[in-house]
Design a protein around this ligand. Structure first.
Ligand SMILES: CC(C)(COP(=O)(O)OP(=O)(O)OC[C@H]1O[C@@H](n2cnc3c(N)ncnc32)[C@H](O)[C@@H]1OP(=O)(O)O)[C@@H](O)C(=O)NCCC(=O)NCCS
Length: 233
């Protein structure tokens, strides 16, 4: 497959309508997880160099873009889509890697996150060092959550006051990454007894619960991945 994955720019604006259609069709099929965007919005992301496009000759066959929230504190890699004909050949993995590297380059201190129900995205994100988090760890920027309005589960999110839904929150935190071991899931600081003396008890207890939640979600994620791998074999 001679597909090229590149950072998009103004010369790719012609592909914006095709990409919107890909996103629209996938959103309709899945019913969850992908915010519909206009061609103008996609074109703007390309002009800003905040998107990655997969091209096969003169056809756009995959895409993902960067959004920033809470004044650049958070970055989301959104709109990941691969044309049906090109699926299951590792193209999403390439796009994800490129958009992640681009995000790290443009926003080295930002927390990179996504919310998803999709196993493929969970797999790809965990390979890049994302860990499961509660929604409380994510941006509180209302505009981000408005992107969920087209999802069939939006009422669940609203009912839970935007604190939980069917999606799993996944986050790459560059600050934690420095403290952690190579394995993306090992985020418990090694100097726990020292920290225990200085961190306020409330914060400490909250962190214990957060880590417990992460552990449960991590096991759940591994179970799903193992199950999918077994199914594939
Ligand atoms: C999700 C999507 C981007 C995956 O694209 P892809 O090019 O087929 O993915 P890849 O070939 O790179 O596969 C990456 C991994 O995910 C797995 N995977 C891919 N599609 C999957 C699916 N539907 N269910 C479970 N796992 C899946 C692959 O097996 C692979 O894992 P492996 O290497 O361990 O076998 C594509 O199916 C798509 O565009 N879907 C519609 C849009 C969408 O859902 N976007 C995500 C929004 S959160």
């Amino acid at each position: 497959m001679a597909v090229k994955v590149v950072v998009a720019n103004a010369t790719h604006v012609q592909y914006a309508p095709t990409i919107c259609e890909l996103i629209h069709i996938s959103a309709q099929q899945r019913g969850t997880g992908i915010a519909n965007r206009t061609p103008e919005y996609i074109a703007e992301k390309m002009k800003q160099g905040k998107a990655v496009i997969a091209l096969n000759n003169n056809n756009a066959v995959g895409f993902a873009y960067i959004e920033t929230w809470s004044h650049g504190m958070f970055v989301a890699n959104s709109g990941l889509v691969v044309d049906h004909e090109y699926r299951n050949s590792g193209l999403a993995r390439k796009i994800k890697k490129n958009i992640f590297e681009l995000s790290r380059k443009l926003y080295p201190n930002a927390k990179i996150f996504s919310i998803t129900t999709g196993l493929a995205v969970m797999k790809l994100n965990s390979e890049l060092g994302y860990v499961p988090v509660t929604f409380s760890e994510l941006t509180r920027d209302i505009e981000f959550w408005q992107g969920c309005e087209g999802c069939k589960n939006f009422d669940i999110l609203q009912r839970n006051e935007y604190k939980m839904c069917l999606c799993t929150g996944l986050m790459f935190d560059p600050a934690r990454k420095k403290d952690s071991k190579k394995n993306g899931f090992m985020i418990i600081p090694q100097k726990l007894p020292f920290r225990f003396l200085f961190v306020r008890p409330f914060v400490f207890i909250r962190r214990i619960f957060q880590r417990l939640y992460i552990k449960i979600k991590r096991n759940e994620l591994h179970r799903k991945i193992n199950k999918a791998n077994k199914y594939k074999q």
